[in-house]
Design a protein around this ligand. Structure first.
Ligand SMILES: Cc1cc2nc3c(=O)[nH]c(=O)nc-3n(C[C@H](O)[C@H](O)[C@H](O)COP(=O)(O)OP(=O)(O)OC[C@H]3O[C@@H](n4cnc5c(N)ncnc54)[C@H](O)[C@@H]3O)c2cc1C
Length: 460
């Protein structure tokens, strides 16, 4: 524990709030979204009011030899945005979003969440690729890659990262763009929180909405294999306007789903089209014709409603574990395994997500950003949530089994933001990209100050 005099020294150097274990607000301030990581006890939490506070916090951590956890929206699945006995650099006071509609840019504070961005950008009829749950932070999401409903038309979130203001490990404020610290920008586009604390993101935004042709169709789980085969074949020929996901899940107790189906295993096909409604209706018709739906909610929908659709199911405090793999293809053997695993999931929030990739994501050259594996056609994500800590092992084991079932057709890479274990950087990025990231890490963080993440170790 830090002495009062030491903390006082920090207090003198920052404008924002400082929370220590003797503060009544501490327990709530220490908690992150994932209840699986409750109980960690940082020595101090600094709620930074700006880049000056971040510089002070980084300097304080270094001179007191404290581990640093950096927190944006606090949705890290692996629990990287908290720590024991170290310092949490919490950006949650920096939630501003300024939109320049003429330049099609949004300037976003390092602690903003996607609800903030969608609210302000939609005021101008604009949007950018953001999270499928609106409470997710812009920071961790964008720095890791950012898979969202607009990605096949407008790229991943990291592809829309035009520039960033970054506090580096040596306490400098640098501006990374195509013309300054361009290699740092390359690393921030997928390399995670390894290179510094981002206090501001400059994001490209695009005309979207206010309504899009979007929503889920729910079917009985008995149609799982047929729908997976349709999804696989249809995905290869979809225009970039449409981004879709197949989710093997359990019907949530929502009024839009017939009550008799609540709690039963279902398949949800979910799509968003950022193009003309008529075209979307026609392109998505094969899913309307595939099987009798339990509920068909696909149609013109406010973009904001789509962005918040599943928020109630994924609230702060739930215990959660994800594990993912990039798929080179989907074969019949995997389809059979996934259908079996779907019905044997240990709880109602055991979901198998298959994201349709391609489109604008695949058009960015592989070497243009740190994000690995752009040519993968699908991302498989085993998503689990539960409340009772006694159910942890069953859920984690199930998620690992789902991903193991795909090992023979995985590309060997994985999307770092969908990993509940924080030790997967080398395999996720692959040797070539990892080496380039490690070399940049040596330049920007040679002593690995920012190591609570999918860590890239400095090469020197
Ligand atoms: C409910 C839920 C839904 C999700 N949906 C999606 C989805 O649709 N698509 C998708 O791609 N991912 C999704 N994810 C995964 C999500 O992208 C990651 O969990 C991401 O890390 C969340 O960012 P955050 O800022 O909220 O996290 P935090 O926990 O705050 O941070 C995670 C890590 O990011 C880094 N970091 C955070 N802030 C900063 C900063 N300002 N500067 C530098 N580094 C920083 C740190 O290394 C930190 O450990 C979801 C996660 C959850 C829990």
């Amino acid at each position: 524990m830090l002495g009062e005099a030491t903390v006082e020294e920090l207090r003198q150097g920052v404008r924002g709030d400082i929370v220590t274990p003797d503060d009544p607000a501490y327990d709530a301030a220490a908690r992150i979204w994932n209840g699986m990581h409750d109980g960690h006890r940082p020595a101090v939490i600094v709620r930074c009011a700006g880049a000056g506070d971040v510089i002070a916090a980084v300097g304080f951590a270094r001179s007191n030899d404290l581990a640093i956890a950096v927190r944006g929206g606090a949705h890290s699945i692996a629990g990287s945005s908290t720590c024991d006995d170290g310092i949490v650099i919490d950006l949650s006071a920096l939630r501003y979003v300024h939109v320049d509609p003429d330049r099609r840019r949004a300037y976003v504070g390092g602690g903003a969440v996607w609800a903030d961005v969608d609210h302000e950008t939609q005021a101008h009829g604009l949007a950018t690729t953001g999270g499928m749950v609106s409470t997710t932070g812009v920071a961790g999401f964008t720095l890791g890659g950012g898979i969202g409903w607009l990605m096949r038309k407008h790229g991943l979130a990291c592809d829309n990262l035009v520039a960033a203001t970054v506090v580096t490990a040596d306490g400098r404020v640098v501006h990374a763009s195509e013309s300054e610290h361009a290699e740092l920008l390359w690393a921030l586009r997928g390399g995670g929180g390894n290179f510094g604390v981002v206090t501001q993101f400059e994001l490209a935004v695009h005309p979207v909405g206010p309504t899009v042709y979007a929503g889920p169709i729910f079917y009985s789980a008995e149609h799982g294999a047929k729908l997976l085969r349709l999804f696989r074949d249809w995905s290869a020929h979809t225009p970039d306007d449409i981004t879709a996901l197949l989710n093997l899940t359990t019907a949530p107790p929502l009024p839009v789903i017939p009550e008799a189906w609540h709690g039963r295993k279902v398949v949800a096909f979910i799509a968003v089209s950022a193009g003309p409604d008529d075209d979307a209706e026609q392109r998505l018709r094969p899913f309307r014709d595939a099987a009798e739906p339990v509920a068909d909610l696909l149609g013109p929908t406010p973009y904001i409603a789509m962005q918040t659709l599943v928020d109630p199911l994924w609230q702060k405090g739930i215990h959660a574990y994800f594990k993912a793999a990039n798929l080179a293809r989907i074969d019949d053997e995997l389809i059979e395994h996934l259908c079996e695993l779907h019905v044997s999931g240990p709880g109602p929030q055991c979901e198998i997500h298959i994201h349709q990739m391609g489109g604008a994501v695949a058009r960015v050259p592989e070497e243009a950003s740190a994000f690995p594996d752009r040519s993968m056609p699908f991302v498989l994500n085993a998503v689990t949530g539960w409340q009772d800590p006694d159910l942890t092992a069953a859920h984690v084991d199930w998620a690992r089994t789902v991903i193991a079932a795909a090992s023979s057709i995985s590309t060997g890479r994985a999307y770092v933001n969908f990993l509940g274990d924080a030790d997967a950087a080398r395999s996720s990025y692959g040797a070539g990209k990892y080496a380039r990231l490690a070399s940049l890490k040596s330049q920007y963080d040679p002593t690995n100050c920012f190591r609570l993440n999918q860590n890239i170790e400095p090469s020197r």
